[in-house]
Write a protein that binds this ligand. Structure first.
Ligand code: GAR
Length: 199
């Protein structure tokens, strides 16, 4: 099994995935990092880990179709079986999702369907929720929406600040994502409509 990670930012999830693979938590090759931001911290992390990096900038293409065609070219060349979105802050087109249906997973720092979007932790904290969490899910045509693989609850305490809550959520993300990848790699996820069962 060959995995590509798509990321746009710091890459703490990417780093956690690299570590989990080294520890043998899942058995697959981390073959490719696709990044759309030249200044993203994840690029240096991938180089340090010896993972091939491709930088595909949206601005270099006239349309989304050409941009994604370039990404697809890399996925095909590297014979990727699973795409792991780890803070890739771009919606995939419906055509891309259809092509790789049930082979793209995402992590999101809230209990979906609550608090979709790019600022989920801040939004949940600002709303005053008493519990929030982390979701690992398959990607479909809508943002932060596809069939849910795993969720973990995080309680918000009176003494929490946004910073302390973020730290706790990220720590959980770093464990939960590798578990989701392991389940996929071992063929343990069965999808029926919106429902994912773990065999
Ligand atoms: C993670 O918290 C991830 O859940 C979030 O981006 C962050 C990336 O951090 N993704 C989303 O909000 C998707 N809607 P990282 O670059 O340190 O892994």
């Amino acid at each position: 099994m060959r995995i590509a990670v798509f990321a746009s930012g710091r890459g703490t999830n990417f780093e956690a995935i690299v570590k989990a693979r080294k520890k043998g938590i899942f058995k697959a090759s981390l073959s490719l990092l696709v990044c759309d931001q030249p200044k993203a911290g994840v690029i240096a992390k991938a180089r340090r880990a010896g993972v091939k990096v491709v930088l595909v900038r949206r601005e270099d293409f006239s349309g989304k179709k050409d941009f994604e065609a370039q990404i697809i070219k890399h996925i095909q060349e590297d014979k990727i079986n699973l795409i792991v979105m780890a803070g890739f802050m771009r919606m995939l087109s419906p055509e891309f999702v259809r092509r790789y249906r049930n082979r793209v997973i995402n992590i999101h720092p809230s209990l979906l369907p609550s608090f979709k979007g790019a600022h989920a932790i801040k939004d949940a904290f600002g709303y005053g929720v008493k519990v929030t969490g982390v979701t690992v899910h398959f990607v479909d045509e809508k943002m932060d929406h596809g069939p849910i693989i795993l969720q973990q609850v995080v309680s918000v305490s009176k003494s929490d600040t946004l910073v302390s809550l973020e730290a706790r959520i990220h720590k959980i993300e770093h464990k939960l994502y590798s578990l989701g990848i392991k389940l996929f790699v071992e063929g343990k996820l069965k999808i029926k409509g919106r429902k994912v069962s773990i065999q």
